[in-house]
Design a protein around this ligand. Structure first.
Ligand code: SF4
Ligand code: SF4
Length: 77
């Protein structure tokens, strides 16, 4: 049984069109993006956010929520 969000069954395929890019100079470490991410694939390290691209679905919720606009969605081919 796979219950964790980062289970193998939840790994993102090659259909994703966009992925978030985090500007760590702008990131203030509030962790809102990590809390809002439906895939739970944003991890906080030393008060900075990092995305696990293997599981990110490109929904852009994190970019929408970031209070300092540190997350930009980039095309993902
Ligand atoms: S784009 Fe969506 S799935 Fe990817 S890190 Fe942001 S909130 Fe999570
Ligand atoms: S929401 Fe923005 S400022 Fe807050 S941790 Fe995420 S990237 Fe950093």
């Amino acid at each position: 049984m796979t219950t964790k969000n980062n289970s193998l069954s939840n790994k993102t395929g090659n259909w994703r069109t966009h992925r978030p890019e985090i500007n760590h100079q702008k990131c203030i470490g509030c962790s809102l993006c990590a809390k809002i991410c439906p895939e739970a694939c944003i991890e906080m390290k030393n008060h900075k956010a990092f995305v696990d691209d293997d599981y990110c679905k490109g929904c852009a919720l994190c970019a929408h929520e970031c209070p300092v606009k540190a997350i930009e969605m980039k095309e993902d081919f």
